[in-house]
Design a protein around this ligand. Structure first.
Ligand SMILES: C[S@@+](CC[C@H](N)C(=O)[O-])C[C@H]1O[C@@H](n2cnc3c(N)ncnc32)[C@H](O)[C@@H]1O
Length: 240
C-alpha cells in the first residue's frame, strides 16, 4: 500500500501503513453539537449510498442467505441514522422479497435520527447486539455497516460473537478498506457533501481506523472469512 496520503487537499499528510486506533470520531463525543450531529446522520445516508457498495452486497451476499420463501428477518447492527435498514426493505421490495428489517443501536442519538423516517417493514430499537442475545432474538441475516473499524479488539470479538448467535444463516459486516487511494478519493469527494456536518473529518478518521484485507483476515475469529469488495470495501462473513 502507498504509505502516505493528504498533504495536497488542505490536509496534513498522513501515514496509512497502520490502523490509527487513537483517533476518535467527532460524532462519538457525547457533548458534540446536536444540530451538526443530526445533519451528519442525514448526510451519511448520502455518503453511504455513494461509497458503501451495499446495493451489490444485497444481491451477492444477502439475497442468497434469505429463506427460499422470499420472506425473512434481517438485523442491522449499529444502524446509526437507519439508511441501510431503509435501503434493504426498498431493494427487497423491488427484487420481489418481503423482508422485515430491525435496526438497533445502543446510542439513543442514533435512534432519534433513525426514527425520523420509518417505512413499512422497518423498525428501530435502542439496543446493543448483547441486549438482543440476552433476549434470545434470532434473525435470518445479520448485517452492519462501518461498525467493525469503530470497535476496539475486545468489543469487536464480542460484537462478532453476538452476531454469530443472532444469525440463523449468515452474518455480513461491511466496512471501508484502508488505502491511500481511498483516503485521497474521500478527501476530494467529501468536500461536496460535508458542509455543516462531521462527515469529512469523521470519514477520514474512519478510513485511518479501518482494516486492509490481510489485517481483517487476521483480526477475524475462527469460522469467519474476509473478502474485498470494490471499490475500497472489505466484508467479514460468517455462515451458520
Ligand atoms: C460508525 S457508526 C455506523 C453507523 C451506521 N451503520 C452507518 O453506516 O452510518 C457505528 C455504530 O455502531 C454502534 N455500535 C457499537 N457497538 C455496538 C453493538 N455491540 N451493537 C450494536 N451497535 C453497536 C455505535 O453506537 C455506532 O452508532
Amino acid at each position: 500500500m502507498s504509505r502516505r496520503a493528504g498533504g495536497g487537499q488542505g490536509l496534513p499528510a498522513v501515514d496509512l501503513r497502520l490502523r490509527d486506533l487513537e483517533l476518535r470520531e467527532l460524532m462519538d463525543d457525547p457533548d458534540c453539537d446536536p444540530r451538526a450531529l443530526a445533519r451528519t446522520f442525514r448526510r451519511f445516508a448520502v455518503v453511504n449510498s455513494l461509497v458503501s457498495g451495499w446495493r451489490a452486497a444485497w444481491r451477492t451476499h444477502v439475497v442468497p442467505a434469505l429463506p427460499a420463501s422470499g420472506r425473512g428477518r434481517v438485523l442491522d447492527l449499529g444502524c446509526g441514522g437507519g439508511d441501510l435498514a431503509r435501503a434493504l426493505v426498498r431493494w427487497a421490495a423491488s427484487d420481489g422479497f418481503d423482508i422485515e428489517v430491525v435496526g438497533v443501536d445502543p446510542d439513543p442519538r442514533a435512534i432519534v435520527a433513525a426514527t425520523r423516517s420509518v417505512p413499512r417493514g422497518v423498525s428501530f430499537r435502542e439496543q446493543s447486539s448483547g441486549d438482543l442475545v440476552a433476549a434470545g432474538e434470532r434473525f435470518d441475516v445479520v448485517v452492519s455497516n462501518h461498525v467493525l473499524h469503530h470497535l476496539g479488539d475486545e468489543e469487536r470479538a464480542g460484537f462478532l460473537g453476538d452476531s454469530e448467535r443472532l444469525a440463523a444463516t449468515r452474518s455480513l459486516h461491511s466496512d471501508i478498506r484502508r488505502s491511500a487511494s481511498a483516503y485521497r478519493a474521500y478527501a476530494l469527494g467529501s468536500v461536496l457533501v460535508a458542509a455543516g456536518t462531521f462527515v469529512r473529518v469523521d470519514g477520514l478518521r474512519s478510513i485511518r481506523r479501518s482494516f486492509t484485507l490481510p489485517e481483517l483476515r487476521t483480526a477475524l475469529p475462527t469460522g469467519w472469512r474476509a473478502e474485498s469488495a470494490a471499490p475500497h470495501r472489505v466484508l467479514a462473513i460468517h455462515d451458520a
